[in-house]
Design a protein around this ligand. Structure first.
Ligand SMILES: NC(=O)c1ccc[n+]([C@@H]2O[C@H](COP(=O)([O-])OP(=O)(O)OC[C@H]3O[C@@H](n4cnc5c(N)ncnc54)[C@H](OP(=O)(O)O)[C@@H]3O)[C@@H](O)[C@H]2O)c1
Length: 333
């Protein structure tokens, strides 16, 4: 096998958005396979805000060491195998890294799962609605314990996770209000996805519009953004409301993120819970089955923003922080 593997390796811990050279493109030959190894070719990469966190510091996973291939979730196909559990043509998702090829062996195996070929279903759903974002929305909404008639507000509402959260909220019978950064995104989530209202937080009067869209207050905050947006949502929470802390994307590129005042939590007797999707791994199949049924019956709609080429992955990562994506952001190799 004489393939060349292109890889994006972490060269610097970025300050703010990624700068040219923070991820460096290198090439190396693909090593010949030994017994117990399979060679996979990456077809799609999932571009996730947490990658920026992994570049910066140790958190729920250790930071990616300088010089290493950047950690990323991907979809790959086995192209050659000397491993008893994999055969040519098998498809897997897992921590492929930002690269064209990787070798799957016994030690890497637990970071991957095989995915079936389903007629009329695109490969990329296993990175989005049936992957990290659908699963995050599903288990986050389980924490929310939403009930019919409650008001749910979700931020980054036209993103990969938020767009599914809002639709699950509608399935549960909630009034769903999304907060997003453009009029087009707001139109998509209300007209196509069935949200009851959408607020463009870039309009000067967005706080007034949020108040008008939540006449009975807010029972659940599904928080993807943090900072000023979260503070305003907390200000409108009803007593004993629930706050599901999924992410604080507004702070990931800042040295000094604008945090919310926890005084509101006492005054409103709020229940706040953060979560990391990895903790639910033993229940992924259960959730994916439900998400798949909803998708099949048209109750979950999704959209993708696709960027072509491994070398474009750094720009794609930055798009998450400038609002350049609608729905799931994918790099196609
Ligand atoms: N806890 C977990 O296990 C877990 C798992 C997956 C994801 N997450 C979190 O879920 C959130 C969404 O992730 P995703 O993968 O679905 O990404 P995404 O929503 O598809 O993309 C990120 C979106 O965030 C919005 N955004 C970026 N910076 C912002 C800012 N300063 N203020 C307001 N909005 C901003 C942008 O949309 P606009 O145009 O609307 O600004 C952007 O499109 C992130 O916080 C992520 O860390 C958590």
């Amino acid at each position: 096998m004489s393939n060349t593997n292109r890889q994006l390796r972490l060269q610097n811990r970025p300050k703010g958005l990624l700068a040219p050279g923070d991820l460096q493109l290198v090439e190396e030959p693909v090593s010949p396979l030994s017994d117990g190894q399979a060679l996979a070719r990456v077809k799609y990469l999932s571009i996730d805000p947490t990658m920026r966190v992994w570049m910066a510091a140790d958190t729920y996973l250790p930071a990616v060491p300088i010089g290493e291939v950047m950690r990323a979730i991907g979809f790959a196909e086995i192209i050659e195998s000397r491993h008893p559990d994999y055969k040519k043509g098998d498809r897997v998702t897992g921590l492929t890294g930002l690269q064209d090829y990787f070798i799957l062996d016994e030690s890497a195996k637990r970071s991957f799962q095989k995915v079936p070929k389903i007629p009329f279903v695109s490969d990329t759903v296993f990175l989005g609605v049936l992957g990290i974002n659908g699963l995050t929305a599903f288990f986050g909404m389980e924490i929310a314990a939403s009930k019919k008639g409650e008001t749910l507000v979700v931020s980054a509402a036209a993103g990969a996770t938020g767009s599914i959260v809002g639709q699950i909220g509608k399935i549960h019978g909630c009034r769903v209000v999304g907060i997003a950064g453009s009029d087009d995104k707001c139109a998509w989530i209300t007209k196509d996805l069935g949200f009851d209202a959408a607020i463009n937080y870039k309009h000067a009067d967005w706080k007034k519009k949020l108040a008008a869209a939540t006449p009975n207050g807010i029972d659940i905050d599904f928080e993807n953004v943090g900072g000023e947006i979260m503070q305003e949502v907390l200000n409108r929470m009803n007593l004993h409301g629930r706050v599901v802390v999924c992410g604080f994307i507004s702070g990931y590129t800042k040295e000094d993120p604008n945090m919310v005042s926890l005084g509101t939590v006492i005054a409103k007797r709020l229940r706040i819970q953060g979560f990391i999707i990895l903790d639910y791994a033993s229940r992924f199949m259960e959730a994916a089955t439900q998400l798949g049924q909803w998708k099949m019956f048209g109750k979950l709609k999704d959209r993708e923003t696709v960027v072509e080429g491994l070398e474009k992955a750094p720009e794609a990562i930055n798009m998450l922080f400038t609002g350049g994506n609608t729905g799931k952001l994918i790099v196609k190799l």
